[in-house]
Ligand binder design. Structure first.
Ligand code: KG4
Ligand code: ZN
Length: 352
């Protein structure tokens, strides 16, 4: 087998510090990550100042650990890859400055990439415990559902991404987190809601399904959050605790109904053979079950990568980085981080 190229990648766009060494075929040689959940849970949300301080603290030890795990040396790397957009500016800056410095020190090219593009390619990653026989075939539909983003996208090929619909306000993960906070379940709360919902009846409490029957593919979750807030405002902590599992089941069902009905509509309008669901919310056990049944019925190949590749991680950043480096692309030392999604990385074909 010919020697495959590899990159070292860094992800620090939000509150996960992550470093990976990835091969051009998607094989993850090493992945070293630290979640900052415990630092932010006290505040019920991500505190940007704490996030970037933590990145500065964790990044170099993770880098060392990752290089040791992958047993590769700097000379054997094709280049470096780093998330430069979108995200928290201070957080992005820690990763970007580190990569620029490494690029100068080791005379390596680097690529500053869009974090959302990286999420789209997560199912192409592989390791000893995740190596599906098939890969998504182009073009494919991708539903990205995380704490910061919720959108439907047609991935035509590397570099051509058509946004079919996206959230007009909150992301689905944000709605899960806010609801968990109302019930005193901690932060981030998606996993907690998922866990409690397992023992509940989703018909006990009914929550609105925003934009469910609209003809476009946009989402909106802020009304759902407000409606839950109003509904619970007269409840005391004891009452909330008593009904926790049914409340979680009802709220979760409302979000999943919207996600699945928009995905279904997208597939009807854009028939494809492969569908990808990724981002932190794709870890939701009920969503995984629903989506699997749906895909069987629709006869499409469904790809939902394991949690380590769904949530923010450097391996997905490395995969896109290496594909672009192999095409001869590279970033220059004067590139800056950006908080915005950079609409020019994506083509919007959203219907109003
Ligand atoms: O992709 P991610 O790690 O970071 C962002 O880019 O935001 O996603 C984090 C989000 C959080 O909102 C978290 O509550 C949600 O994913 N999440 C879940 C589950 N696990 C994580 N939401 C629902 N069910 C889960 N099991
Ligand atoms: Zn993300």
């Amino acid at each position: 087998m010919k020697n495959l190229s590899k990159v070292l990648a860094i992800e620090t766009s939000c509150d996960d510090t992550s470093v990976a060494v990835v091969r051009e075929d998607g094989w993850v040689e090493a992945l070293s990550s630290v979640s900052q959940d415990s630092s932010h849970s006290l505040f019920g949300g991500i505190v940007p100042e704490i996030a970037h301080r933590n990145h500065s603290f964790y990044l170099l030890p993770l880098l060392k650990n990752c290089m040791e795990k992958s047993s590769c040396d700097w000379k054997s790397l094709l280049g470096l890859s780093v998330t430069s957009r979108p995200g928290l500016l201070g957080s992005l800056l820690v990763g970007l400055v580190t990569v620029k410095t490494l690029a100068l020190a080791y005379d390596l090219p680097f690529l500053a990439i869009n974090h959302l593009e990286a999420h789209l390619f997560a199912p192409f990653l592989k390791d000893a415990s995740y190596a599906p026989e098939k890969e998504p075939s182009f073009p494919y539909l991708a539903l990205v559902v995380s704490g910061g983003h919720t959108f439907l996208c047609l991935v035509e090929r590397l570099g051509i991404y058509k946004i079919l619909g996206s959230t007009r306000d909150d992301a689905a993960g944000e709605a899960f987190d806010k609801f968990a906070q109302m019930l005193g379940l901690g932060f981030p709360g998606g996993r907690q809601v998922d866990m409690w919902a397992k023992g509940g009846n989703s018909h006990f409490f009914s929550f609105p399904r925003p934009l469910l029957s609209s003809k476009h593919l946009d989402f909106s979750f802020s009304g759902l959050k407000t409606s839950a807030y109003r509904f619970l405002s007269s409840w005391n902590e004891e009452e909330k605790k008593k009904e926790r599992k049914h409340l979680c089941a009802g709220f979760q069902e409302a979000i999943l109904d919207v996600l699945m009905s928009k995905l279904d509509l997208a597939l009807k309008r854009t028939p494809v053979e492969s569908v990808v669901i990724t981002g932190g919310v794709s870890a939701n056990s009920a969503l995984r079950k629903k989506a699997t049944l749906w895909a069987e019925k629709k006869e499409v190949d469904l790809f939902m990568p394991p949690l380590r590749y769904c949530t923010d991680n450097a391996a997905m950043v490395g995969y896109i980085g290496i594909k672009r480096l192999l095409r001869g692309e590279k970033s220059s030392q004067d590139i800056s981080p950006s908080a915005s999604s950079h609409s020019f990385d994506f083509i919007s074909v959203r219907e109003k």
